[in-house]
Write a protein that binds this ligand. Structure first.
Ligand SMILES: Nc1ncnc2c1ncn2[C@@H]1O[C@H](COP(=O)(O)OP(=O)(O)OP(=O)(O)O)[C@@H](O)[C@H]1O
Length: 240
């Protein structure tokens, strides 16, 4: 469960998002929509503990993120699966090494155990045959799949965060990534936060939706609430 309680976040003195109150129960996905530069990724940074709240607090499975010690923050982050914009894979490592990287760095699993988990994760995302390829040899959609496999490498992630997982992909590939995100949600029952510009993809992956405008949330609710909203900003998104 992720809870934002009266959260304001920003950089230096500059407030980017203010008075955010949202709750994402276990097994549910909240999609954050909004224009470029509205602060969507800033909200993810708050959950990762990369930014301190200027006001309020973010609570994840009972832990107040800003109150965690350095060591606690490290183990907390190990239970968060993060899929970065464009996948952000290491180009000099093979697909298998990318997926296994976190396990080599943060666990005492043997090489054989890591290889078994890497194979399992790559099979889950439908890319076992790419295990020895380099990211440069993959299509955009394949890179996103590998990034999702890598984000799932920690056993049992409690939270999955996706920063624009479908940006730049064709509609068919986008749909397959959305299907995969749903599949991950079913498999792990994690709370998920997805940031996107794309309303169609949002409806594919989300249970709840929220819109950021001028640093505040304008409307939050399920698909019916969003579809019936009379808020002009939301109507513009629906019309596109
Ligand atoms: N490290 C930083 N230092 C100062 N300002 C920043 C920093 N990172 C982001 N910002 C500013 O915060 C605002 C929100 O950025 P953020 O990346 O959260 O927006 P976004 O909604 O995710 O945008 P996009 O959809 O384009 O990725 C922007 O005005 C940006 O310039």
């Amino acid at each position: 469960m992720i809870q934002f309680e009266n959260v304001s976040l920003g950089y230096g003195e500059k407030v980017i998002v203010r008075d955010i109150n949202i709750e994402i129960p276990d097994g549910k996905t909240l999609v954050i929509l909004g224009g470029s530069g509205s602060g969507k990724s800033t909200l993810l940074k708050g959950v990762l503990g990369l930014l301190h709240c200027m006001t309020g607090r973010i609570v994840v499975n009972g832990a107040v993120v800003d109150s965690l010690s350095q060591n606690e923050l490290l183990s907390y982050r190990q239970r968060i699966g993060m899929v970065f914009q464009e996948g952000a894979l290491f180009d000099s490592l093979t697909v298998g090494e990318n997926v296994g990287f976190w396990l080599w760095e943060h666990t005492d699993m043997t090489d054989a155990e890591i290889e078994e988990r890497v194979r399992l994760l790559l099979s889950f995302v439908g890319l076992i045959e790419t295990i020895n390829l380099y990211p440069g040899e993959l299509s955009g959609g394949m890179k996103r799949r590998v990034a999702i496999a890598r984000a799932m490498a920690p056993q049992d992630p409690m939270v999955m965060l996706y920063d624009e997982p479908t940006t730049g992909l064709d509609p068919f590939t986008s749909k397959s990534i959305c299907d995969l995100i749903r599949q991950v949600q079913k498999e792990f029952a994690a709370s998920s936060l997805v940031v996107t510009h794309d309303l169609q993809d949002a409806f594919r992956v989300g249970d709840f939706f929220t819109f950021v405008k001028d640093g505040s949330l304008v409307v939050t609710g399920d698909r019916n609430v969003i579809s019936e909203s009379s808020d002009p900003f939301v109507r513009t998104f629906l019309a596109v």
